[in-house]
Design a protein. Structure first.
Ligand SMILES: [Zn+2]
Length: 264
């Protein structure tokens, strides 16, 4: 039985510690900072067996050097993102096995936020970094809208019960935007209320599930007539296909600020 433990780093980011319940070895995904991860491992009486990185941004990798100085462990990360601390570069279709932590994860190349971005999938869990967020998706930094949309489709096609662990606690702001785009979506309204309550109690809104994202995340719903209509209204022109709707929705979100101060 695996257990996933959230570690809050750098205000609004998560590193995830993953390993067998009551096991002494675990892996960490995206340690943006070393100290909170080391503290969490110590509290759990666990040692690191490996580090997994989803992409090269500093808020996901900055803790690696300090952690491997303490315990020399393999560092897996996307081949195409060229991260200096990665000694086990991986790409699409690779399988990572960490038997001492009872783990086997498949690597999915999900470009768009960065060129090399990968997700790790296995045991009914997926670590999506900054590609798929709770209720949203990452910004387009190194890829096209078509690439990021294809990456999101791949993640959305995982089994519906798959638990989604992403890199940041952005869910409430994402869902507030989503509710503006698709105000009649009741599942979305319920999810926003639930996520708001969790954040008010300083609880993570994650993991979500693939089915929940498909029902409420506007970036996975770009063929829904209500979303097409709202995005066209905002763009002020007709949008020809799903990629155009997705690109316009992403631009809309880039310039969007919550109407009221964010709840923290
Ligand atoms: Zn990023």
């Amino acid at each position: 039985m695996l257990e996933v433990c959230p570690v809050r780093v750098l205000d609004d980011s998560y590193a995830w510690i993953l390993g067998p319940r009551r096991g002494s070895l675990a892996v960490v995904v995206d340690p943006g900072q070393a100290a909170p991860v080391a503290d969490a491992l110590a509290r759990r009486s666990q040692r690191l067996a490996a580090i997994l990185l989803t992409h090269h941004h500093s808020d996901h990798v900055s803790g690696v050097l300090e952690l491997i100085a303490e315990t020399a462990v393999p560092v897996y990360g996307p081949r195409r993102d060229e991260i200096p601390t990665v000694d086990r570069p991986v790409g699409d279709g690779d399988r990572i096995e960490v038997p001492e932590a009872e783990l086997a994860l498949d690597v999915l190349h999900v470009p768009g936020h960065t060129a090399g971005h990968v997700a790790y999938f296995g045991h009914g869990l997926v670590f999506t970094g900054d590609t798929l967020f709770g209720g949203g998706c990452g910004r387009l930094f190194e890829g096209s809208a078509r690439e990021l949309l294809a990456s999101l489709h791949r993640l959305a096609a995982l089994p519906p019960s798959t638990e989604v662990y992403c890199g940041h606690e952005y869910t409430v702001a994402n869902l507030r935007f989503a509710a503006q785009v698709e105000p009649a979506n009741l599942a979305l309204a319920r999810r926003l209320a639930d996520a708001t309550r969790r954040v008010e109690r300083s609880k993570p809104t994650l993991p979500s599930a693939v089915a929940e994202e498909r029902a409420t995340n506007p970036f996975l719903r770009c063929t829904e007539p209500a979303i097409v209509a709202a995005t066209q209204r905002h763009a002020g022109r007709p949008l020809g296909d799903e990629v155009e709707v997705f690109a316009a929705l992403r631009r809309w979100k880039d310039g969007w600020r919550p109407p009221h101060p964010a709840i923290d």
